[in-house]
Structure formats: structure tokens, C-alpha cells
Design a protein around this ligand. Sequence first.
Ligand SMILES: [Zn+2]
Ligand SMILES: [Zn+2]
Length: 281
Amino acid sequence: MPLFPDPRVAVATLHGKAAALAPALVPLGLELLAVAVDTDALGTFSGEVERPGPAREVVIEKARRGMAASGLRLGIATEASFGPDPLVGFLPFHHELLAFVDEFHGQVLVLESGGRDTNWQSLAVATPAAAEPLLLACGFPEHAVLVRPNAGPPGLPVAKGLRDRGAVAAAIAAAAAHSADGQARIETDMRAHMNPMRMRRIAALGHQLAERLRSPCPACGAPGFGLHATLPGLPCAQCGTPTDLARAERHACAACGHAEERPRADGRREADPGHCPECNP
Ligand SMILES: [Zn+2]
Ligand SMILES: [Zn+2]
């Protein structure tokens, strides 16, 4: 039996993400249709449009816009953020969200993936020569870069999708001339079609979604039953005190709300005393 009465999914994108998702989702019988939606109106990496809300709401809204534009009842969108690592601070970190909106079962799934395998970098430079280390480190020209004035009011011009050293040099000269401090800011262009590393993370999210959709809800049968939260309290191996580590997993259905508690997927029953508030305060 097909998972959905109509297998067509609107993938809201200007940037060709449907191809990255297809290998995971086509085997489930889904048909991915790229729908051109001006998602830049929902915020851009280069800072010309400020994002209207938390990334989670933005990615769901993107998926819904693709559905509205195409009249389809399934929708997918992805949304990325890049910045310093939340734990380590100075290392770049990539966080990608994928929203799957399913009007047939009345559910929204939001999956996420994050990691340090990103080439996100940003540097203030006064001359093209100063940009060379960034170009060498980020995988240019396979990965594109963008250039904008380093200082000044929002709305100054941004040169995007640069894959040619001559164009980069010209953009740096122009941006430095516009900037209050005489410097240009050069950054890796993180739009998916300019960034093969980001495409790989989107493909991995496609596989996460496929795995989720293969699992039907035991109560209502809707596809997408899966990990919703982890429950802390794994007992200390030495004294049995609950620790902050996950004790169990909560699996839930976003369509009917049915939930089940399951043991940790890795089978661990006890925490190392190093994590215990009593043994290792
Ligand atoms: Zn259910
Ligand atoms: Zn203990």
C-alpha cells in the first residue's frame, strides 16, 4: 500500500535540493517536485533579509509555501544556519533542519543534523591577496564565495556565487570602497547549490526522513513514528543515582500523539560514575 494517497512532494527550493533528497525518498515511492518559491524572502545567509523567526518556524513556513504554490499536500524544505560551534566556540558549525509537512495525516516532522564538517568561513580583508588563505581553505572554486562591505548600514550590495578569482578581486575592491572601514568581508557561499558539503548533509537528512517514514505509528498507522525526545536519568553504575544521561527514548506519532517509551538504542543500562552527581560531584 502506498504511504500517501498522492506521492508527489513539493520541495520548496530555488537551489536544486530535490536532487540531493531523491536517492533516499524515491525508493519509498515519493515523487519530488522542485517548486520555485522565493525563499530568500524568508531570510538569506548574506544578511540582506533578516530572518523573521526561529529556524524551525521558518523551515515549516518554507515547506508550506511550496505546497501552496503547487497545490500539493506533501511538502519538504530545508534551512541551514552556520556559525561558531555552540560548545567549542571558534570552530565553524553547520546546523541543518528539514521540515516534512504531511496534510494527509495532519503532521509536521522536523529533523535536524549538525556537525563541524562544514567549510563555513568569514574574513575581513582589505586586498584580494588577503583573501587567499580563505579561498585555499574552503575548497574554492568548487565551493563559491560571497563578498560584501565589512561595515556599513544593511542593504549594501552583496556579490554572491563567485567562482572566479578575477571576479573575487573585483568584488573585494568594490565592497571595500563601499565600506565605512575600507574593508571587504569575504565568506563561503552557503546556498546549497554553491556548496557540495551542505548538499551532502541535506542528502543525509533525506535518509533520516526515509527511515522515519518507513516506521508506521502502531496506533493510527500514519508513516513517521520515531524518536521524539530522550529521557534523562540513566542510573550510576556504582550507586544507582540518576544522571543527566539518557535513560530511555520517547518515540511518538506527530499525527495522533501516540507515544511509547523505549530503551536506549545502544542498550546501555548504567552510567559511568564519572557522570554521577554523587560519586563525581
Ligand atoms: Zn499515530
Ligand atoms: Zn554514583
